[in-house]
Design a protein around this ligand. Structure first.
Ligand code: TXA
Ligand code: MG
Length: 317
């Protein structure tokens, strides 16, 4: 199929170089990651980071995740500790974001981490962004490529749906494999999960052989991913519904649901992994079809289901 969007670029070597040049000239580009697509810019440059906040209409107090290619680069900007290192060698590169203490002489602009004494850092795994990061010598501030509080994009076209041609360059790295944002974990003396994702609390506990807490600091905005409304299609949404209603979109999970034009099955075979990957696409589809109401069936609250339910809850607020 011909690409009708002039700002979507396929992931060729030539276009990766184009993306590199744009980033080096302080532009913002949209990039694929294995979780969701993001808006990327030089994390050392205040003007660049400000552009990201403005494009997203993001509250200034909501810090961005800084994306690195290597541990050595990170060492310039954050203090690393043994729990972090253990998790890093097990789960990175991949969908895990760490909150670490920021170094005083770090070059990360204070705007990017909302003036906190910590920074959130991630080592993405998607092959295109990895190739790109090898070509530059600064870390990238990359929030999800959506208007603040709206649905995160999981394909290049979703990014264009969010921003039109306000973003001049969207690198098309295919559909995001995971489809929900990374797990965010605070690694200081104690370890706390502040946003659930594919790497679950259980995964981390099993690996570290110790209990890990879920942070419930919803009021204190340490992680506005925990703000009440988020990831929202902007349509009233009701959770834990049992039956189909004629005029409402019905999001379901598993094989017991019959096909119907208003039934949207996240995973017929009952795979949470598949359901997570389909969630945001399904939101966008239902929005496009102009439904006025969404009902959601119960989704098992275990493994990746915990992250799915977290996003559903925020979308339904
Ligand atoms: O999968 C992902 O993490 C994607 C891709 C693009 O990497 N990025 C993403 O970024 O979801 P964003 O900005 O949409 O979400 C970042 C989350 C927010 O909830 C933010 O509040 C939290 O991380 N965060 C960032 N820095 C923090 C800090 N220093 N302390 C606590 N939370 C922080
Ligand atoms: Mg986001």
């Amino acid at each position: 199929m011909k690409n009708i969007y002039s700002n979507i670029y396929k992931n060729s070597k030539k276009n990766l170089n184009k993306a590199k040049n744009l980033l080096m000239k302080n532009h913002i580009v949209a990039l694929p990651t294995e979780t969701v697509y993001g808006l990327a810019g030089n994390a050392y440059k205040k003007g660049v980071v400000k552009k990201i906040f403005n494009l997203k209409k993001r509250p200034k107090k909501n810090p961005l995740i800084i994306h690195y290619d290597s541990l050595n680069e990170l060492k310039e900007d954050a203090y690393i500790n043994s729990s972090f290192l253990k998790l890093y060698y097990k789960f990175s590169p991949g969908p895990l974001t760490y909150i670490l203490k920021k170094k005083k002489n770090s070059k990360i602009c204070t705007y990017a981490n909302a003036n906190l004494d910590t920074i959130a850092v991630r080592f993405p795994k998607h092959k295109d962004i990895k190739k790109l990061m090898k070509k530059i010598n600064f870390p990238l501030a990359i929030p999800s490529a959506n208007i603040s509080s709206k649905i995160s994009p999981v394909s290049a076209i979703d990014v264009v749906e969010e921003f039109g041609n306000k973003i001049k360059f969207v690198l098309d790295g295919g559909r995001s494999k995971i489809g929900l944002e990374s797990t965010v974990v605070k690694v200081s003396n104690e370890i706390k999960i502040i946003r659930p994702g594919l790497i679950s609390k259980k995964d981390i506990e099993r690996f570290l052989k110790k209990k890990v807490a879920f942070s419930k600091q919803i009021k204190k905005i340490i992680s506005p991913g925990l703000l009440k409304k988020h990831y929202s299609p902007g349509i009233p949404m009701k959770l834990n519904c049992k039956n189909r209603e004629d005029k409402a979109a019905f999001i379901v999970f598993g094989k017991k649901y019959n096909k119907n034009k208003n039934v949207f099955n996240l995973s017929k075979k009952g795979s949470l992994r598949e359901a997570g990957k389909n969630l945001y696409k399904t939101f966008r589809k239902i929005k496009r079809l102009k439904y006025k109401k969404i009902n959601v069936a119960r989704i098992p609250n275990k493994d990746f289901g915990i992250a799915i339910n977290d996003r559903l809850k925020k979308a339904s607020n």
